[in-house]
Design a protein around this ligand. Sequence first.
Ligand SMILES: Nc1nc2c(c(=O)[nH]1)N[C@H]1C(S)=C(S)[C@@H](COP(=O)(O)O)O[C@H]1N2
Ligand SMILES: [Mo]
Length: 553
Amino acid sequence: MSNSTGPRRGIALLAALAGIVAAGVVLGVAELAGAFFRASATPVIAMGSTFIDFTPPWLKDFAIATFGTHDKLALLVGMAVTIAILAAVLGVVAYRRWALGAAGVILMGAIIVACVLTRAGASLPDAVPSVVGTVAGLLALRLLIARLRHAAVVPAADSGTPAPAGITGTGSPTDTTDGVVHPSGSRSAATAAKPGGTTSRRGFFAAAGATAVVAAAAAGGGRLLSGARNNIAALRDSLQFPAPASPAPALPAGVQSPVPGVTPFVTPNGDFYRIDTALSVPQLTTDDWVLRVHGMVEEEFELSFQDLLDADLIERHITLTCVSNPVGGYLAGTAKWLGYPLREVLARARPLDGADMVLSTSSDGFSASTPLPVLQDDRDAILAVAMNGEPLPVEHGFPVRMVVPGLYGYVSATKWVVDLEVTRFADRTAYWTDRGWSEEGPIKTMARVEVPQSFASVDAGTVMIGGVAWSQQRGITAVEVSVDGGDWEAVDLAAEASVDTWRQWSYGVDLEPGLHTVRARATDAADGLQTDQRADTVPNGASGWQSVQFTVK
Ligand SMILES: Nc1nc2c(c(=O)[nH]1)N[C@H]1C(S)=C(S)[C@@H](COP(=O)(O)O)O[C@H]1N2
Ligand SMILES: [Mo]
């Protein structure tokens, strides 16, 4: 085999390429067919979503910490690399033993179908895009392998154009260049075969290139088609909301910290952090949307979007916070939410004795368990339909999501919410509580230093320090800073909009050139001083005082 290693490796590379192109056909054709199905019926979304569901808390936090809100892009890149490697291996296997390679492709197809069919709300027809894609990929692979064998065995020894083993049932001519039978068991087809006949190789490349173009066109066409088919953008633009029966109290003057660079008091929708398990954002129309209210209640019923519009809506500024936010992190935002009070929904349902939880579920299967009393008290937990005066952005839950003051999002802020089940913590669990996070998720009091940023270099003179602090439901009564380990000094608090919104602050201090450290801590109206105990985000939110280092020039 000495003299054959080089050419054989060359052929193996081409076989790998054939496998990768065929995988492209699977995904591209499935994407095109998938335009007529829900997004989670396409292989990429189904596999990625399944992967996300198996993500343990530490990996989720690692992904957020490492890639931030690009964690989904990172997942897609990782998937692409994994698929390419698998496909390359299958290409080589198929070249050597067609039947084995084909079996591998079919197995992959079966795994994809399993991912599709186990997504929330999937039905059997959702398997169609994956099946069609797999069949197309298998045909493409067979075509390319046939070309490759043609290229590897020129001129053909005994049978004109060699066909893939799967067609003739003869074993692969792969290992024939030295005319011996190889351990793979394949038959020596041609003693005088010259690997890599130039013309035939060119034929292989032409076929591979054309197939890749077809795959890409199918994928692109599929995307365009599904975009055109569910045009949520136009629907959002056309929505009109009635004036709220209870408008948001006007923001007092002076809610904004005077320090330049501190985050805007109201976070623009486009800058609002986004955290969810949805690889492809659910595309629900207002007509599709129905909220089912059921479980331990005296009256089960359904609400339509029009029912919400016809009801008395309230509007509130509320600061949302993610449990995965590290000390000093940016997974928090304040918006003006318009919606229907959840306490009204529950008043109509009349929960039975013993119920202590509401399990809210989104159209993509995410769920959150919220203590029942929290949704019944006067804190204005809402089924929100608008965010900062616009219909909810699709990524933030269009057409309807929950917003609950005082609780981290993972136990309360279900986006694309379609189901409310009144139940008991003893009976039901939710998406993140199944994955090691706490049942109870009250937001912890936190002060954040935003200016200067970590490792910033600022001008000498009076250095302006500023940031925000939050303690939803309790309210911030003080923020203190300690510069270079000195005494804790009270900062200037900006005006308070409500206990459910963050409160901004500012502090000026004269500093000499050099390296400086500032620490910050908040005090809330109920529990006093923010704890300095360092805690991880898992299982119920990070705690500890933030420390920022910066340089004065
Ligand atoms: N359907 C759905 N809703 C969800 C989530 C999710 O993964 N899926 N994540 C929750 C979490 S962890 C948070 S912090 C908030 C974030 O809301 P936002 O993306 O609008 O900022 O949504 C909550 N609602
Ligand atoms: Mo979150």
